[in-house]
Ligand binder design. Structure first.
Ligand SMILES: NC(=O)c1ccc[n+]([C@@H]2O[C@H](COP(=O)([O-])OP(=O)(O)OC[C@H]3O[C@@H](n4cnc5c(N)ncnc54)[C@H](O)[C@@H]3O)[C@@H](O)[C@H]2O)c1
Length: 255
């Protein structure tokens, strides 16, 4: 039995082909939502949409690069053509960037990380909130990171983009608060997806092991744990929560 009821509702998820995005699509589908699954990688978007349909849900796959304003307008328009509305938006696509010290960071890689994690989130908010304002309802959940609150020696662009995302999210929340539309951010710690495996692969083995031992509950998150928090924040159970960042990190930031 799903915890939240999204029957007759429409959820739009970016980065839908990745670990957290796919888990969010599955959880939304289990809760009754129709899904628009957006990813820059067509095969990944289609695989997620197929997984939703396998559950008996309704889903379309949409291919878009979230950094491209025209592509963002298109994924929003295509969702409206398919389903007529957008009730929940998981603004989730992200990229960790290369792992290098700041003094060696390639400028074009810095720009790319900021473009995906910050500009992509901004464009998604801009075009989806326009739809939600016309509807008079909706909820957005951005995906931040514990890197929204702490720095990483090798991931300066990632941490900068995720810190900035919190300012963007709070500002978006304030700009629509009077309408009842809500904007929040989930901030995962290390989560079992391809992203963390790519980061690990770029680290010396002992440092990768230290990343896990620094987590007070002794493990990384499962993507489903992040997805369920996204559903909570998008649901009516969170009806008075807006402009917030919810950390899901096994206690990593508590100490
Ligand atoms: N995995 C972690 O440990 C972790 C921790 C904190 C935050 N996050 C955040 O969670 C979100 C999801 O990451 P994940 O762990 O599922 O990673 P993932 O690498 O499994 O998935 C990311 C997805 O985003 C897609 N994507 C990348 N660039 C895109 C673009 N320009 N346009 C559209 N789609 C694009 C990728 O194709 C991929 O399917 C990201 O915002 C990430 O920063 C992840």
């Amino acid at each position: 039995m799903a915890r939240h009821d999204f029957s007759d509702k429409v959820a739009l998820v970016t980065g839908a082909g990745g670990g957290i995005g796919r888990a969010a699509c599955i959880e939304f589908a289990r809760a009754g939502a129709a899904l628009a699954c957006v990813d820059v990688d067509a095969a990944r978007a289609q695989a997620t949409a197929a997984a939703v349909r396998d559950l008996g849900g309704r889903a379309i796959a949409l291919v878009a690069d979230v950094t491209d304003a025209a592509a963002v307008e298109r994924y929003v328009a295509d969702t409206l053509v398919a389903f007529g509305r957008i009730d929940a938006f998981a603004n989730n696509a992200g990229y960790q960037g290369r792992l290098l010290p700041l003094v060696d960071y390639p400028d074009d890689e810095f720009d790319r990380v900021i473009a995906i994690n910050l500009r992509g989130a901004y464009l998604g908010l801009k075009h989806v909130l326009r739809v939600m304002l016309r509807q008079g309802s909706g909820a957005v959940v951005n995906t931040g990171s514990i890197g929204s609150f702490i720095g990483y020696g090798g991931l300066c662009a990632y941490a900068a983009s995720k810190h900035a995302l919190i300012g963007l999210s709070k500002s978006a929340a304030l700009s629509v608060a009077k309408t009842g539309i809500r904007v929040n951010t989930v901030c995962p710690g290390g989560t079992e997806t391809e992203m963390i495996r790519a980061i690990e692969a770029a680290l010396p083995r002992d440092e990768a092991a230290r990343m896990i031992s620094a987590i007070p509950d002794g493990r990384r998150a499962w993507p489903e744990e992040i997805a369920r928090t996204i559903l909570f924040l998008a649901s009516d159970d969170a009806s008075h929560i807006t402009g917030q960042s919810l950390v899901i990190d096994g206690g990593r930031l508590a100490g």
